[in-house]
Design a protein around this ligand. Structure first.
Ligand code: ADP
Length: 778
């Protein structure tokens, strides 16, 4: 239900309430007012009528009194002799005149003191005795005593008509002492009084009652005369009140019909002039319904008028409210509801400055700003939609690409799986928590466990290595660093995989970190079963060892004998012989060196080398080596400089024999590959917990293309082959094995034709002691 209807209903209900309350108040008040008016009017009628009756009776009374002083009548009654016909006619005439002007009278007669009717307007009554018939003896005596008399209403026995008697004594008025000679008596025609009661208004009844509450007549002139003097209402409260001398009005039971409710106005008789009255009362009686009908209809008319007025006011108010409040409000509501549908084009028509118009203004302003915002928003939405469409297209193509990639990736992963399976080595893929996530079937076989037993396990619990050479340190920490790091770690030094069924398996391993954005996200461990290589190596080493050993003795003999021959211990030799023997001596010497080297390498690689560390000053030790090599440097006029930082190097525990081999090899290489008169520099520098040892020369250098092969056994660079034809290509291989064996590192920097520097490191804590079969010393 909209507000218009609500207000209309509210107004109608309010109007109805007001109409009912005010209408009924109006109705009651009007009714009271009109009732008062009616009763007042009735009371006035009653008083007037009562007054008229008294005045009328007073006039009759006066007429009788006036007639009583007529001397003709006094004479007629006073004379003792019978009257003459002339006198009789005179009196009769007078009586007729009197009756005509003062009547109407039913009877009018002159009564003698004896009570006999002497003269009368009705000849048949002549001589009639009035005492006991018309007047009581008492009343008769009362009149004869000189008093005027009037009776109450009574019914004449003869005529059976109601009447009342007026009587006055007759005497000589000129002589106050003169006796009463009779009286004049008149019977009033009661209809004359009834005619006073008569009204033409049917809305009420006028009724007269005597002092005993007996009805004397009413306004229905033609009313059955028999009712007169027969109805006694002395106990009726209205009549009772009037008989007690009160006048008033009120609602009572009807005087005639007790069941009927009537409005009665009552007045007591007041008398008029000398006529004091007989204590009668007069009542004006009107049926309540008819009395109130006018009041009711008047009140209804007033109420209806008021109702019409209220309806008019309601319609007027409604139309004013509708125009000034409701329509603007509906307009506001419509505009606001348009807002809800994002339509901000509607505006409120501001006609005044009231609150609604202010609200309308605010709404208009809001619509303006919303319209602006909406257009901004719409353009933004358009832009965004455009962007989204583009993104959508991009996404679509990306999705297509992704699905292609997925397909590719599925294919790839199948491929990778196949690749993984086709790799001859054991491959384990770990996540960044070192948990095995993938293992190939070679890995299953090598580790003697099923894939399901391996995947999800921590790699440390599965793989355990044991290094054959105790000098090789690959500690737990380093292992975990290798797994978590970003650099590739190769473990191709002699080591065994332990903890698997059966014997330890010789293996080499590669730990390859999977790096993304400089972070380790996993590791691939490749383990190769090197049982065959190990066996081959061992066979070769033992062969070399045996062969070298076996060769060394005859070679040593050969060198010794050739030396003896050169020294002439076997007699003088010719120059040609000397030349030949010298060649034998030099070849044998090179052979011995070669065999020694081979033997040393075999010892190192066979892990048979013992390490016996002793506190050593590296600088002094280098000097010692240099002393033995001095003839070589002198032969090429080369200078060797030894520098150390700090100047006083700490003594560190090292195996001097091993260190001797390393230093001696590097220095002899420098000597051989550097030109004459050049300077060879040895630098021994402590850097934290390591010592970096380097040998620099200004020699032939190492060609770029051959740098990767320099530490390989028997490898010699092209330029070295040309510059120094004698050489085995074994020295650096031995040096590298020895350095790595004590846990150091070895590398070089070189530029062809410029020179070469070889670096190696020794931990400041030195080498760890190791029990072995042989020492490096030959
Ligand atoms: P050899 O010196 O007997 O050839 P090495 O094992 O000692 O064997 O050296 C291997 C090769 O390394 C040499 O043949 C040479 O090519 C190169 N080389 C080693 N030391 C030097 C150096 N100081 N200057 C230039 N080349 C060198």
């Amino acid at each position: 239900m909209n507000i218009t209807k609500k207000i209309l209903i509210f107004l109608l209900v309010g109007a109805l309430l007001v109409a009912v309350i005010v209408g009924s108040t109006f109705y009651i008040q009007t009714r009271i007012l009109i009732t008062d008016t009616i009763t007042t009017k009735h009371l006035e009628i009653a008083e007037d009528t009562m007054d008229k009756i008294d005045r009328y009776l007073f006039e009759r009374y006066n007429a009788i009194v006036a007639a009583s002083v007529d001397t003709e009548f006094e004479k007629a009654l006073a004379q003792k002799t019978p009257v003459t016909p002339a006198e009789q006619s005179l009196i009769d005439k007078k009586m007729d005149t009197l009756a005509r002007y003062t009547g109407p009278w039913d009877k009018l007669a002159l009564i003698g003191t004896d009570g006999i009717t002497k003269y009368t307007i009705a000849p048949n009554e002549l001589g009639e005795m009035v005492i006991g018939t018309h007047l009581s003896a008492e009343d008769f005596a009362h009149v004869l005593a000189g008093n005027t008399y009037y009776s109450d209403v009574f019914k004449d026995d003869k005529t059976q008509k109601p009447t009342m008697i007026f009587a006055a004594p007759i005497r000589d008025e000129s002589n106050p002492a003169a006796p009463v000679v009779g009286m004049i008596m008149g019977h009033l025609t009661w209809d004359a009084v009834l005619s006073i009661l008569h009204t033409t208004d049917d809305s009420f009844i006028v009724e007269l009652f005597n002092r005993k509450g007996v009805e004397l007549g009413d306004d229905s002139y033609e009313k059955n005369q028999s009712e007169i003097l027969n109805t006694d209402v002395r106990n009726h409260p209205a009549i009772k009140a009037a008989l007690n001398g009160l006048s008033g009005s009120g609602e009572f039971d009807s005087l005639d019909e007790p069941s009927e409710n009537v409005l009665i106005s009552y007045v007591p008789e007041k008398g008029f002039g000398a006529y004091a009255g007989k204590g009668w009362v007069l009542a004006v009686q009107a049926p309540a319904t008819s009395a109130f009908r006018a009041a009711t209809s008047a009140a209804l008319v007033v109420s209806c008028l008021f109702g019409l007025f209220v309806i008019f006011v309601v319609i007027l108010s409604y139309s004013v409210i509708r125009r000034t409040v409701l329509l603007p409000l509906l307009s506001l509501t419509r505009i606001a509801s348009q807002f809800g549908q994002s339509d901000f084009s509607q505006r409120f028509l501001v006609k005044s400055k009231d609150e609604i118009s202010q609200l309308g203004n605010a709404l208009n302003e809001m619509a303006n700003s919303l319209q602006v915002s909406q257009s901004k928003l719409e353009s933004r939405v358009q832009d965004r939609t455009h962007e989204l469409n583009e993104t959508n297209l991009l996404m679509k193509s990306t999705l297509e690409r992704v699905s292609q990639l997925k397909k590719f990736s599925d294919d790839q992963s199948a491929l990778y799986q196949l690749m993984l399976e086709s790799i001859g080595d054991a491959v384990l893929v770990l996540d960044k928590h070192k948990i095995i996530t993938l293992v190939n079937s070679v890995g299953e076989r090598l580790l003697a466990r099923k894939q399901s037993e391996l995947i999800g396990k921590k790699v440390d619990d599965i793989i355990k290595f044991r290094f054959q050479d105790d000098s090789v340190h690959f500690e737990k920490q380093e292992w975990s660093q290798a797994l978590g790091g970003t650099n590739l770690t190769r473990l191709d030094i002699g080591m065994d995989l332990v903890g698997v069924e059966g014997k330890p398996i010789p293996v080499s391993a590669t730990i390859s970190p999977i790096v993304s954005q400089n972070e380790n996200i996993g590791t691939v461990i490749t383990i190769r079963d090197v049982r065959e290589e190990r066996e081959l190596q061992e066979t070769r080493a033992s062969f070399i060892s045996v062969a070298s050993h076996q060769l060394r003795t005859p070679l040593t003999s050969m060198r010794w004998f050739s030396e003896m021959l050169l020294e002439g211990d076997a007699g003088p030799i010719t120059d040609q012989q000397r030349h030949f023997v010298q060649s034998i001596y030099q070849g044998t010497d090179r052979m011995i060196s070669l065999v020694s080297l081979l033997l040393q390498i075999a010892r190192v690689e066979g892990h048979r080398l013992k390490i016996d560390p002793r506190p050593t000053n590296l600088r002094f030790h280098t000097n010692d080596v240099l002393i033995t090599l001095r003839p070589m440097f002198n032969a090429k006029s080369q200078t060797v400089e030894i520098h150390s930082d700090p100047e006083n190097l700490p003594e560190i525990p090292i195996d001097q024999g091993i260190m001797w081999q390393v230093v001696q090899n590097l220095l002899s290489n420098a000597n051989r590959y550097a030109p004459e008169q050049s300077v060879i520099t040895v630098n021994i520098v402590q850097k934290g917990d390591i010592i970096v040892y380097s040998v620099s020369d200004k020699g032939i250098g190492i060609p770029e293309s051959e740098k990767g092969k320099i530490f390989e056994k028997f490898y010699r660079a092209e330029n070295a082959l040309l510059a120094v034809p004698e050489g085995s290509g074994l020295g650096l291989s031995l040096v590298k094995s020895l350095v790595l064996g004590w846990g150091g590192e070895i590398w070089f920097e070189s530029q062809e034709g410029q020179g070469t520097t070889f670096f190696f490191t020794i931990p400041v804590k030195g080498m760890e002691k190791k029990e072995g079969e042989v020492s490096i010393t030959i």
